[in-house]
Design a protein around this ligand. Structure first.
Ligand code: IVH
Length: 714
């Protein structure tokens, strides 16, 4: 380095600090870098070189001491390069056996191929965090958020001593370690004591304490909260340092992370269950909360083949501990009307603490459930009905809504009467009926209001859902606001259907009483609302599909549909065609991985209703759902093709074959038609092969498939 005076170095360092700060903010907080990664690295390198030469000039707020963007008002958002997924749950041994069975079938991993090694480790009850290192230096730490995008809590993560700020030499260029931030029982108790002594409110449980502490805007507060971290997973890695789950985690330990000492490799379901019981027995002595045991297929090549369904990997499952229970009094049973008209009874309880959380409501599902009859027609709670005044046992498992599991009949008040489920909708007075399920011939468990569009409760719930966070997420239009807008006529500036939201500004300008003059509103808040609405005229396709509130179409299914159809137009046209259940469109819908018959029928029920189509047509004049940008499969030789797999495949299970084809941008169909582009036939292929030959469709073998898609046949 050219020789330079202390004064000059000081000056240059100050400029570098300012520049780096600006680019950190642009990158981490605004997700909009102003310069290339290379240029940014150059600034950092220059900073490091100067500081090496003049160590006395290193200040506490130098870029080398600080990482990522300073946490200002609110946290910046960072998109996870590899989504942070959740885990499917197993509640008993049978579920674990099913999981292993499914994995074996998917991989065609039969017992002759030897043991399928699976790891078992505690499921830590904290919050997950992704920590990214570039060239061994911590660059940012991000909460899980919605799995796609989390909060930048870098400054706070830096205060956690279990998290290395730097990794040893020789680690891959990009390393993203994931794990759980948690608080120990002892630290939690001491913190709560301190909070109470200072006149503050204590935390309900260690998990809440950990979450509250990590999400402090002032990292000095986080630093004063004793948080810990277990590393158990990873996101983006420029290079894989190991080939199994166990070795990966052991590598993290070598790099300075804390890993859970109870993690074990198992060779059979029996062994997994033994580890589960061992961990459960030791639960109280661990000193931190856990809520189950996580099993993961050890070999990473197998994990990769297994892939994901919707939001969780096929290669892992969480075996949950049984729920925690408590006694309380059932004060009354309230009926709520949902957006699909379902009348749902809700238990209003004397508030009680279960597993560290105060519970005052419990779901009662439906009429039969209140009577003590389960979904399958068999008695639950010993067939005991629920009545106001009853002493009940409630249970809570993880994030699941609390349930009433038993009634103490000895304590039942003498004057109690059985609950009478209303036969009319409490919101609109329409008949509430239980339809016969055409498939099972049994009465549907749910009583539904027949009011449809005239039922204000249904309409209001539909609107609330449409603007809710996971759907259109319109700021300033929460549950309360939706309720008040619904009370007004359209001329008065009200909202009755989703399309009305987007004509609000225009109608308001003609209304006698303008929104800005209404109670709780002003000129600024009214304008903000109109702007927030306009900002949502374009939205992700899946959010729009989810927002329609179609039965069984939650966020996960909405994503699958958006990905499968790509654009609103394609989806809409396919759904209208699929209303004919003999159509190819209906078969295609059913063929989407993760979409089953129930969802398919719910979709065609929705699109088969003329009034829904009318509402959609009105809505589409106002909004523009963004088409999905699909992964670039243009280089794939089968992109856009329709493929049929038939006969007995040897190397692939049907599920894996399908997953592979979809990964290469092809569509998989169950039947051969003129539209089929390619048939992959194994031995014993029958009528489908014959039909393909008749139609002159290209037929290849399973081995050809591997060659065609460039997958080495190792
Ligand atoms: S593995 C792809 N291992 O559980 C799945 N998760 O329900 C990666 N969790 O969001 C997660 N302990 O916050 C894994 N030993 C463990 C865990 C664990 C706790 C949490 C994690 C995750 C949630 C999924």
């Amino acid at each position: 380095m050219a020789s330079i005076s202390v004064e000059q170095a000081k000056q240059e360092l100050a400029e570098l600090a300012e520049q780096i700060q600006k680019h950190d903010e642009a990158y981490y907080r605004n997700d909009a870098p102003l310069i290339s990664d290379g240029e940014y690295d150059e600034l950092r390198r220059r900073n490091d070189a100067l500081e090496k030469q003049f160590p006395e000039l290193v200040t506490a707020d130098s870029p080398s001491q600080r990482v990522g963007a300073a946490v200002g008002e609110g946290f910046g958002k960072i998109t996870h390069r590899v989504p942070m997924l959740s885990l499917d749950n197993a509640f008993d041994d049978e579920d674990v056996r099913d999981f292993i069975g499914k994995v074996r079938r998917f991989l065609r991993y039969d017992p002759l191929m030897g043991a399928l090694v699976v790891t078992a480790e505690p499921k830590i009850d904290g919050l997950s965090l992704a920590i990214r290192y570039e060239n061994g230096k911590l660059v940012h730490a991000v909460t899980r958020g919605d799995g796609t995008e989390g909060e930048n809590v870098t400054a706070n993560a830096l205060t956690i001593s279990d998290i290395p700020k730097e990794l040893p030499a020789g680690v891959p260029d990009v390393v993203e370690v994931r794990g759980e931030v948690y608080m120990s029982h002892a630290d939690f108790a001491a913190l709560n004591e301190r909070m109470i002594a200072n006149g503050g409110k204590p935390f309900a449980n260690p998990r809440n304490a950990a979450a509250g502490s990590l999400r402090q805007l002032n990292s000095a507060i986080t630093a004063s909260r004793p948080l810990k971290f277990f590393a158990y997973a990873w996101g983006e890695m420029s290079e894989m340092p190991a080939t199994t789950q166990m070795e990966m985690v052991e590598t993290f330990a070598k790099w300075g992370f804390v890993i859970n000492p109870l993690m074990k490799r198992c060779q059979s379901v029996e062994e997994l269950i033994a580890v589960y019981h061992h961990i459960e027995e030791n639960r109280a002595t661990l000193g931190y909360d856990i809520d189950g045991v996580v099993y993961k297929i050890d070999r990473l090549d197998l994990q990769e083949r297994l892939g994901f369904v919707s939001r969780s990997p096929r290669w892992a499952i969480a075996h949950k501990f049984p729920a925690q229970r408590a006694f309380t009094i059932l004060r009354e049973i309230e009926i709520q009307v949902g957006r699909t008209g379902a009348l749902t009874p809700v238990a209003k309880l004397e508030p009680v603490t279960v597993g560290g959380v105060v519970v005052s409501n419990a779901t009662l599902h439906n009429e039969d459930y209140v009577k003590g009859i389960g979904q399958d027609g068999k008695p639950i709670r010993g067939g005991k009905d629920l009545r106001a005044g009853d002493t009940v046992i409630i249970q809570r498992a993880g994030d699941v809504i609390p349930q009433i599991v038993d009634v103490d009949l000895e304590k039942r008040p003498e004057d109690s009467v059985p609950f009478e489920f209303p036969q009319v909708c409490p919101a609109c007075g329409s008949h509430a009926v239980r339809e016969e399920n055409t498939k099972t011939g049994r009465m549907d468990a749910v009583r539904r209001c027949t009011g449809g569009l005239i039922c204000p409760a249904q309409a209001v719930e539909k609107l609330k859902h449409f603007v809710s966070r996971g759907a259109l997420d319109i700021e300033g239009l929460g549950d309360k606001q939706v309720e008040t807008f619904y009370e007004l006529s359209l001329e008065e500036g009200g909202i009755r259907t989703p399309a009305d939201i987007f004509t609000l500004r225009e109608r308001d300008s003609k209304a006698l009483v303008k929104l800005r003059n209404r109670e709780g509103w002003g000129a600024v808040s009214a304008r903000n609302l109109f702007d927030a609405i306009d900002a949502r005229r374009e939205m992700d396709l899946f959010r729009f599909i989810f927002g329609l509130g179609i039965r069984h179409v939650g966020e996960g299914n909405a994503k699958l549909l958006a990905r499968a159809y790509g654009s609103w137009q394609a989806f809409y046209e396919a759904m209208v065609k699929a209303c004919d259940h003999d159509s190819e469109a209906f078969r295609d819908l059913n063929d989407i991985d993760g979409i089953g018959m129930t969802v398919a029928l719910a979709l065609t029920d929705f699109f088969g209703e003329q009034h829904n189509i009318e509402q959609l047509d009105k809505l589409m004049k106002e909004v523009n759902p963004r088409s999905v940008v699909v992964a670039d499969t243009s280089a794939s030789p089968v992109a856009g093709q329709t493929i049929v797999f038939t006969g007995s495949l040897v190397r692939l299970s049907r599920d894996e074959a399908k997953a592979q084809a979809e990964m290469f941008g092809a569509k998989v169909s169950g039947s051969v038609s003129k539209k089929t582009d390619l048939v992959v036939a194994g031995p014993k292929a029958g009528s489908k092969l014959t039909k393909a030959q008749e139609l002159g469709i290209k037929v290849i073998s399973e081995d050809d498939w591997f060659d065609l898609t460039g997958q080495s046949s190792s």
